[in-house]
Design a binder for this molecule. Structure first.
Ligand code: SF4
Ligand code: SF4
Length: 475
């Protein structure tokens, strides 16, 4: 039996012992080309994450996902509830972008951009190292009995983790509530917005649990992307891989007396010690590998020390490693790219089509209609709609609206305060519209009508027509 604790069991996760208990992984620090590049990318991403909610574009927060109002703003373009097909296109675009990137560069998302990796590596591991010391010191502290030093260091670490989690959680909420709005609410104290306070505490708790304690377990057992990324990859995808043709037979394992020559791997286990998921990349591509490149740098350091060329562990394709022809851009990548171009073309077309005046009509919350008995004994139904007008032209515009079908005009009363609407460039206006009508106007409990919006200077030129579905009782 191999006594080396880094020699992993064939059928067990590196992060569990033979009883199935969690083994806490303390990856060793590495230095090298990839480490330096990743540090730069991580800090850049963290900076974007923290700063983005504070930037305004067109008088709106650059990215704002206002769920209660069902308004989703991305870089000056706002999508509303009725833009669900466009939001679906954005989501599909994201999925196919991930597919395309994965098919060419493998799990580059996991190693270079996933919040799990970025925050743990850049903030949580750094704080842990600062307070508890390097990898071996941390392992020693974990296995030591309770002492003043242990309690002090662990308490200090979790206090720092809590502070970092609070900052991450509040920045996250800033994308939904608005950063400035959230700052004001926070300054007013928890009692001013108890539900938001509770939500922020829940998110902080989840971050603290995941980034502080759960860590690589999330990547190994919970991450859905980790599960289906293998479907997006093939033998031509770039992976972090060990060149077994060059490395084997590794030192001490050559059992062929007729040819005692050994490969370049000196079996030092540095690649395993540096791995944040605790795996041995020499066993081939594994689901647990998040392509963080730590093992590349760890092995390159060893290769430099023993005067061998770097790259025993490197970014490469499986085909290349097996000496086969490798093409980066295969059929799979082509399909993803085609889908991506189609989706983004559709998105661009739909956004440009929406023009300089955008009118959004959303049914008022609460009951879909109100019914009342008039003095003359007749019934009257009221539907309430919220209207939003977004205008971008330089020249001011005064608009009004009417029912498209003349025969409907005498049957449906439109009540909206502030008509006509004076619009100025870059400004939005909101208003309510009450539709009043007799239940006899409906057919089977509902009826679609159309509203025409026109410039009051040119009443015959219709700018936009919007459809509204009026509802009421079935009888
Ligand atoms: S095997 Fe290498 S690239 Fe994969 S997770 Fe471990 S250290 Fe990172
Ligand atoms: S770091 Fe390189 S030399 Fe050392 S065990 Fe890993 S692959 Fe072999």
């Amino acid at each position: 039996m191999n006594k080396n604790r880094y020699h992993l069991h064939e059928e067990r996760l590196a992060s569990t012992d033979d009883q199935g208990h969690r083994v806490y992984i303390h990856p060793e620090d590495v230095t090298g080309f990839w480490r330096t590049q990743r540090t730069k990318v991580y800090w850049f991403l963290i900076l974007i994450y923290l700063v983005l909610p504070w930037i305004n574009w067109d008088n709106k927060q650059i990215v704002l996902l206002n769920i209660p109002l069902r308004e989703f703003t991305f870089f000056g373009t706002t999508f509303y509830a009725h833009d669900a097909p466009l939001i679906l296109l954005v989501l599909l675009g994201f999925v196919f972008t991930m597919g395309f990137i994965t098919s060419i560069w493998g799990r580059v998302w996991c190693g270079w951009a996933c919040p799990q990796t970025v925050f743990i590596d850049t903030l949580f591991l750094k704080v842990e190292k600062l307070i508890e010391g390097k990898s071996r010191a941390r392992q020693k502290l974990d296995s030591s009995p309770i002492s003043f030093e242990k309690v002090y260091k662990k308490s200090l670490k979790w206090l720092a983790f809590t502070f970092i989690s609070l900052v991450i959680a509040h920045s996250f909420l800033g994308y939904f509530v608005g950063a400035r709005n959230l700052l004001q609410i926070t300054l007013n104290g928890p009692s001013s917005h108890p539900s938001l306070f509770i939500l922020s505490m829940i998110i902080t708790g989840i971050i603290l649990f995941d980034f502080g304690w759960f860590r690589e377990q999330f990547c190994i057992i919970a991450c859905p992307y980790g599960r289906f990324q293998s479907v997006m990859m093939d033998e031509n995808s770039l992976v972090v891989a060990y060149d077994s043709a060059r490395g084997e037979p590794r030192r001490g394992l050559n059992t062929d007396p007729s040819n005692p020559k050994e490969g370049d791997c000196i079996n030092c286990y540095h690649c395993v010690k540096a791995c944040p998921t605790g795996i041995d990349i020499r066993r081939g591509t594994q689901l647990e590998c998040i392509a963080c490149t730590n093992c590349i740098d760890a092995c390159d350091t060893i290769m430099t020390k023993i005067n061998k060329p770097k790259g025993l562990i490197r970014y490469d394709t499986e085909n290349n490693l097996e000496g086969k022809e490798s093409s980066r851009f295969g059929i799979r990548s082509g399909i993803y790219l085609f889908a991506l171009i189609t989706i983004f073309s559709l998105l661009a077309y739909n956004i440009s089509k929406s023009g300089q005046l955008k009118i959004t009509l959303i049914r008022g919350t609460g009951t879909p209609y109100r019914e009342r008995i008039l003095k003359n004994g007749q019934r009257e139904i009221t539907n309430l709609y919220k209207m939003r007008l977004d205008y971008k032209e330089e020249k001011a515009l005064k608009i009004d609206f009417r029912l498209k079908k003349k025969e409907n005009r005498s049957q449906v009363e439109l009540i909206s305060p502030a008509r006509p609407f004076q619009l100025h460039s870059g400004r939005s206006k909101t208003s309510l519209i009450h539709f009043r009508f007799s239940p006899h106007f409906l057919k089977g409990g509902n009826r679609k009508i159309e509203l025409q919006f026109y410039d009051i200077q040119k009443p015959n030129q219709i700018i936009i027509t919007k459809e509204v579905n009026l509802v009421g009782p079935l009888h």
